[in-house]
Every structure is written in structure tokens, then in C-alpha cells.
Ligand binder design. Sequence first.
Ligand code: FES
Length: 117
Amino acid sequence: MSEAAEAEVLDIPQVYTHHVFCCFTQRPPMHPRGSCGANGAQPLWERLGKKLEASGRRDIAMTSSGCLSFCQAGPIMVVYPQGIWYTPKTPEDIDEIVTSHLLGGKPVERLIIVPRI
Ligand code: FES
């Protein structure tokens, strides 16, 4: 891609300040790949959705996704446009991500994972 084309792509306005993708994949408990669902994702994503709705912030979106490929580390969520990957384990982790990162703009370092591809 040429520099001009790349600059044009980067200038596309963002619809949301933050767009969160949460893995809703559920595999059987003993599946060799594991899954976010088997690791307890569902109640965490429900909490995240309720927190975002309660915030009234229409510029923050949450979308359910399929497998994001890092199943064993799940539950997995990723926040764009920054591309920050989180692996929250508790309701308090969700609260901190919402308050600190999504509403406050400060990522929660202790919950970030860096996927290896
Ligand atoms: S099942 Fe969630 S990342 Fe694969």
C-alpha cells in the first residue's frame, strides 16, 4: 500500500471512541481447545453490557464475537481502535475496565494480554 493510500485509510473517522468485542464461544467443558464460555465469560459479558448501558455512553459499543483464537487464556475481549486485549476473570475486573479504560481512557495494565500469533 502506498503512503498516500495508507494515510487515507488512517483518516477514516471512527464511529465509536471504543468498540469492544467479547468472545461468546462456548465449547464443551473438556474440549481440548477450551473456550471463553467454559471459562466463565457469559456473566462477565452480561455485566459489561449492563455497565455500558448504565453509562449512557453511545460512543462506546459492545459486540459479541466468535472465537478470537486465544481460547485457553479466556475470557477474551479486545478494545478497538487501540487493539488492547483483556482477559478479565471477575466482576471487579469488568468494573475496572469500564471505569478506568472505557470511561476514563486509562487502560488496565494488569489485565492486558498480548496475544502471540
Ligand atoms: S473461545 Fe474465546 S478466544 Fe477462542
